[in-house]
Design a protein. Structure first.
Length: 181
């Protein structure tokens, strides 16, 4: 229970060796590492509100296929959510998962095992602390090749600053002197 709470809130503290736990518990921790906390949290995960919007958009799309002429708003509480916000949330989740996939691929190419590459990418993107394998609760990232450490560092930075803010920071227009405020 403590590990679940620690990962779900991106505390990163571990009290037991999660590598000896059953595989299904790893899946639960990976899911929590991807989601991490709620709206307004400083954790680096996808956030619960985006996951809820994603799910509601998925359900709405199924209903639209069944009833093509229906108007089906997405609601959070009593308020309707604008389609732009729903699109942004779905896009964010897609880009988030793409970054995890690409970083896992890059890490695998430099000799990191698939378990360590994937769980480490999820852990660093969400800033949750440990992954699995040798980057798990009883290990660390010291044995990762230098290029792999750079990949993990970049992923950690992207996850911590939020994806869109990170990429906006590096757009050429952001650095031009002709920006009107």
């Amino acid at each position: 229970a403590f590990q679940v709470l620690s990962v779900g809130t991106s505390t990163g503290f571990a009290t037991a060796d999660s590598n000896i736990w059953p595989s299904y518990s790893h899946l639960i921790l990976i899911f929590l590492s991807l989601q991490c906390a709620g709206a307004g949290s400083t954790s680096g995960g996808i956030k619960a509100d985006r996951v809820v919007l994603f799910w509601k958009a998925f359900v709405r799309q199924i209903k639209r296929v069944m009833y093509p002429n229906a108007v089906i708003p997405i609601k959070m509480g009593d308020s309707s959510v604008k389609d732009q916000l729903v699109s942004n949330s779905v896009l964010y989740i897609g880009v988030y998962l793409m970054i995890v996939f690409i970083s896992t691929l890059l890490l695998s190419m430099v000799g990191v095992s698939l378990t360590e590459a994937f769980s480490g990418s999820v852990a660093t993107m969400g800033n949750v602390g440990p992954g699995f394998g040798s980057v798990g609760t009883t290990g660390n990232f010291s044995h990762i090749p230098l290029l792999g450490k750079w990949v993990f560092s970049m992923v950690m930075l992207i996850g911590r600053l939020e994806i869109f803010a990170f990429f906006i920071f590096f757009t050429p227009k952001q650095w031009s002197k002709s920006i009107a405020y």
